[in-house]
Design a protein around this ligand. Sequence first.
Ligand SMILES: [Zn+2]
Length: 246
Amino acid sequence: MRALLFSLACFLSFGTNAQLDFTKISDSSVVFTTYQVYKDVRYSSHGLLKITSGGVVMIDTPWDTTQFQPLLDSIDRMFHKKVLMVLSTHWHEDRTAGLDYYKNKGIKTYSTYTTKNLCKENHFPQAEYTFEGDTTFTIYNTVFETFYPGAGHTSDNIVVYFPKDKILVGGCFIKSVEAEDLGNLSDANIGMWPIAVKTLIKKYPKVKIVIPGHQKIDGKSALKHTLKLAKKHYKGRKQDKKKAKH
Ligand SMILES: [Zn+2]
């Protein structure tokens, strides 16, 4: 694993102040990263490009809205393939911002039915196509599955697993080893998050690379780190409640 991560190929393309990075994590998988400032701190935000024999599958859209087209241009340049579909893993902007843009480019956009409804309620771009429950997609030579581990970062957060190369896109449900806390909790379910992470760890024991929504990608250590953060936060909240009662 260590060797693989050290051999990551990085391509950078800088705009005026925008940045779009690419990190190859397997023969057919490339993470794309854009950046935004949240509460005065600049955060990276990751999505995945899966290169199938017939085109590219994009998991989550860029967070930086200036990078929708540069991403398509880079994909065209690097892989000489079109994007076939985009799938968003929850309703927040860092996953869905580009859905309308890509739909207008003729790309099929997907999310769960629950995510689409939450996007609608919150006036965010929505996917054109929806699915319900854990779903397996077969796109040319590539198979992947979506899994809902339970509520955590949001009530609708799903993950995407590619069984052939054992890559798990955790989205914002999974925190990077670099994260010191659970991040934006405005729509989080603190009570369920630790249980949901345990469910996810059990579901994919063979996973090799886990891609968190933000910050550093480091093998699969993000899973245990997320569980630690979620448990710590849950305990802290319980203690606060106890104190409030006395
Ligand atoms: Zn996020």
